[in-house]
Design a binder for this molecule. Structure first.
Ligand code: URP
Ligand code: ZN
Ligand code: ZN
Ligand code: ZN
Length: 477
């Protein structure tokens, strides 16, 4: 007899939805059955999960997280343990985290460090991308080695001069390597040198609050870098995935490249779909004054609602030019961390924590009629799997796939934030989504056949999550 049956629910895939029972044997999905068939043939597994009236979807894949990431003299406040547990609460069963190689560091030493941090600490399965912060002969050679180790995507930076920024020449060399070995280039596309001048000028004027973080990283700096990345990818033949896109002009450039048949992909994040320069970076509170906006300092920055970026991003999710929605989960507490930037916004650690809320936040797009139910599953689960070489095992409910499954209640309710009756399991002293009332609720989460979250809460184990070796991207043209 199989171990688990999820009965009575509507299985939603990226291509359609139907009433289907899901039979799980061990770590994998064994069969999908039409309603009633399980009773007819007498299947009686040890565990029956009643999903009547609920959606049954593949576990979410958050392809952009930074657990314990070193940044500006501190570390992202979620460890693999706390961050992956929060992911489980929110219906995300795989995270892809970024190994960081900074100047002077050896790539392979850093990979070993990340394996050490994550092993035995994760509630859900995990994989790695590699940040190449120092493109040189040795790191280029490591890119070849990592492909064989299941780390098949490489992030470069056009921002943060003196820290992570690669010159155009370095970018070309890394792209040539990826074009040859089949890896995927991920790009942080902002013109860092131009931004640095604007930042210094703002600080000299006395414009030191968090709002000016957004003002000094204008959309032109994002569009220009995106254009440059697209052109360099074209000339080298490398596939390009532009991370955390927030400017509609950058997405227009990505869409243009895609229309021309180039292997270019866009990622955005919930914060860019919902939040804005005016409302969040410009916020004030009694506790923090105008420093309240530090809660939402991230790069690329939140964009002006008056310029219409948010609506355009939703439209690009519909057209497919936004390929995936990830969180760029990089949390910092206000106390002792964001606070470092009081009086100088350039010292505020960059990042927002949302790994717990991505599935719920994007489901609002379904409720609001912005995207279909199937597109929700596509951008949150299925295409991230294809994009990053996980598809087949992850991102799909099909026989043979890992039994990473979420039972989602479309009529449930979720109160996001810190406080009584609210969800918040990330290691942060504030929520970027405080007070959000969400239609929909993550009821049950299974990872490789094991229930790790049910109606009583988190019931998983930090020893459960495993490193997943990824294939090359399965999403290229
Ligand atoms: O502000 C951000 N995005 N912090 C994380 C690092 C990065 O650039 O993705
Ligand atoms: Zn980035
Ligand atoms: Zn990031
Ligand atoms: Zn519920």
């Amino acid at each position: 007899m199989p171990d688990v049956i999820i009965k009575g629910g509507t299985v939603v895939s990226s291509t359609g939805s139907s009433l289907t029972d899901v039979v799980i044997d061990g770590e994998r999905i064994a069969a999908l059955l039409a309603p009633g068939v399980a009773d007819t043939i007498g299947i009686e597994p040890a565990t029956t999960i009643d999903a009547t009236g609920k959606y049954v979807i593949p576990g979410g894949i958050d392809a952009h997280t930074h657990m314990e990431m070193p940044f500006g003299g501190t570390f992202a406040s979620d460890t693999f343990e706390t961050g992956s547990r929060a992911a489980a609460w929110g219906g995300t069963t795989t995270i892809v985290d970024f190994v960081v190689q900074a100047h002077g560091q050896r790539v392979q030493d850093q990979v070993a460090r990340w394996h050490e941090k994550a092993a035995g600490a994760c509630a859900v399965d995990y994989a790695f991308h590699q940040i190449i912060g120092d493109v040189n002969d040795e790191s280029l050679k490591a890119m070849d080695e990592l492909i064989a180790e299941g780390i098949t995507s490489f992030k470069l930076f056009m921002a943060y001069p003196g820290v992570f920024l690669s010159s155009d020449g370095q970018i070309v060399r890394a792209m040539q390597t990826a074009a040859r070995n089949g890896g995927l280039i991920m790009m942080h596309a902002e013109n860092g040198s131009a931004i640095d001048v604007l930042v210094q000028q703002a600080l000299a004027r006395g414009d030191t609050g968090p709002y000016f973080h957004g003002v000094t990283r204008p959309w032109q700096a994002e569009q220009e870098a995106t254009h440059r990345a697209v052109m360099l990818a074209d000339l080298t033949g490398a596939p390009l995935y532009v991370v955390h896109v927030s400017a509609k002009q950058a997405l227009a450039r990505i869409a243009e490249a895609r229309n021309a048949g180039q292997n270019v992909f866009g990622e955005t994040c919930p914060q860019y779909l919902y939040l804005s320069l005016e409302e969040q970076l410009g916020a004030r509170s009694e506790r923090w004054g105008d420093f309240e906006g530090a809660k939402w300092v991230c790069s690329t920055p939140l964009r002006a609602r008056a310029e219409g970026h948010q609506d355009e991003l939703w439209r690009y999710i519909r057209t497919g030019d936004v390929t995936t929605v990830s969180t760029d989960h990089c949390p910092f507490c206000m106390k002792d961390q964001k606070e470092m930037g009081i009086g100088d916004f350039a010292r505020i650690p960059n990042g927002i924590g949302s790994v717990e809320h991505r599935m719920d936040l994007l489901f609002q797009g379904v409720k609001d009629g912005r995207i279909s139910l199937e597109r929700w599953v596509d951008v949150c689960c299925t295409t991230p799997a294809r994009m990053f070489g996980l598809y087949g095992r992850k991102g799909v409910i099909a026989p043979g796939a890992d039994a990473d499954v979420v039972v989602y209640d479309p009529n449930g309710h979720t109160s996001i934030g810190i406080g009584e009756g609210r969800t918040h399991h990330m290691n942060m002293d504030y929520s970027a989504w405080q007070g959000w009332e969400i239609d929909g609720h993550v009821d049950v989460v299974l990872s490789r056949g094991v229930v790790i979250k049910d109606e009583t809460g988190y019931v998983g184990s930090k020893r459960h999550g495993r490193f997943v070796k990824r294939e090359l991207s399965q999403n290229l043209i």
